[in-house]
Ligand binder design. Structure first.
Ligand SMILES: Nc1ncnc2c1ncn2[C@@H]1O[C@H](COP(=O)(O)OP(=O)(O)OP(=O)(O)O)[C@@H](O)[C@H]1O
Ligand SMILES: [Mg+2]
Length: 328
């Protein structure tokens, strides 16, 4: 019989976008790579991309993939890239500065744009949204059959979805006020024609941004195309973290692919000579495995704790095997 993971993708043939969430260090990058590797083996041109400022794909694949899409040697369809977010951040800053300057001039406010730009861009949320922006760009470029994001936009996705309704309302309201302001200027102005033709870069920016957010919201909540997977260890904290994430996601209608357990100790390795320390770990894992089975109806697989860290395509292939090889 096919593994549950393989079955999941068979039952969802249109999935194109996958994401991996979970507590820090539980193996999200490793699992994302293993899934991307399997999808690529199925003949789909696959991009595994990370937009985190602290990348780990170069380390995992043991080759430099920063700022470029690299076809992994030994595979036919697996492309990997650590996306350089610096450019996006600089570009957004420039754009915002332009828009704000334009607006200040339009509204006759005698203040330098710098002060506004500073407060608009000097915060962590700005960087986060630039990373999100990168992800959206990649998706809308549409150059691959399948996308695996080694990015957990969990908080981001949640914020985005919560925000997008408010944002749409806000932009609509802005547009209305802008229209009113324009009309007022028009009625007060002798240069009717000129005012009528005036460009409005701020409004263009806001509407474009709103449309992108709407499209992204549609995509992220489309269960035929998108799946979020959650990775956990058989331990208390990682489990608590994914329970919380899954709760949020259900609230927002974001499709959940399922749960993957990582670093499970293989009980075949246990015998009478096994040290007490290891036996305790195994017992602990058994307890949490029961909890996992009870808590999640969509448990998709379990990856063993390997004798060494996962680095290089050979090791990634072992993880792929663990997740996708047929079960008896
Ligand atoms: N099944 C496994 N067996 C052995 N080592 C593993 C296994 N899974 C992951 N590792 C190792 O654990 C470490 C953390 O894995 P990984 O980088 O994938 O976690 P992460 O969740 O992406 O972390 P971060 O939150 O920092 O992005 C890595 O050194 C990886 O090689
Ligand atoms: Mg990672």
């Amino acid at each position: 019989m096919n593994s549950k993971m393989a079955q999941f993708f068979e039952e969802h043939p249109q999935i194109r976008y996958t994401f991996f969430g979970g507590k820090g260090g539980v193996g999200k990058t490793v699992v994302a790579a293993a899934v991307a590797n399997w999808i690529a083996e199925q003949g789909k041109k696959t991009l595994l991309a990370s937009t985190n400022p602290v990348h780990s794909l170069s380390n995992l694949f043991q080759m430099d993939v920063f700022g470029k899409e690299v076809l992994i040697p030994g595979t036919n369809n697996l492309y990997v890239e650590e996306i350089d977010t610096k450019d996006t951040i600089e570009k957004s800053k420039r754009e915002i500065k332009e828009k704000i300057s334009w607006f200040l001039k339009f509204a006759d406010i005698p203040t330098k744009a710098e002060e506004f730009v500073e407060s608009a861009t000097m915060n962590p949320a700005f960087e986060e949204s630039a990373m999100f922006e990168n992800m959206i760009n990649i998706i809308f470029e549409d150059a691959y059959d399948f996308y695996v994001f080694d990015t957990a936009p969990t908080a981001n996705a949640r914020r985005l979805l919560g925000m997008s309704k408010v944002y749409t309302l806000w932009v609509d309201k802005m547009m209305k006020s802008r229209e009113e302001a324009k009309e007022m200027r028009l009625s007060l102005s002798f240069r009717k024609k000129k005012v009528e033709q005036e460009e409005d870069p701020l409004l263009d920016y806001l509407t474009t941004f709103r449309d992108r957010i709407d499209r992204m919201r549609e995509l992220l909540t489309d269960e035929e195309k998108t799946a979020f997977f959650f990775v956990t260890l058989l331990e208390s904290l990682p489990l608590a973290v994914i329970k919380r994430f899954i709760g949020w996601f259900e609230d927002f209608g974001i499709p959940i692919g399922g749960v993957i357990v990582n670093e499970a100790i293989d009980t075949c390795d246990i015998d009478e000579t096994t040290a007490e320390f290891c036996l305790n770990r195994v017992r602990m894992q058994d307890r949490y495995r029961e909890e996992v089975k009870k808590s999640f109806k969509n448990l998709l697989g379990e990856i063993p704790l390997f004798e060494k860290e996962v680095r290089g395509l050979d090791m990634i292939q072992r993880v792929t095997q663990a997740l996708f090889s047929t079960t008896q």
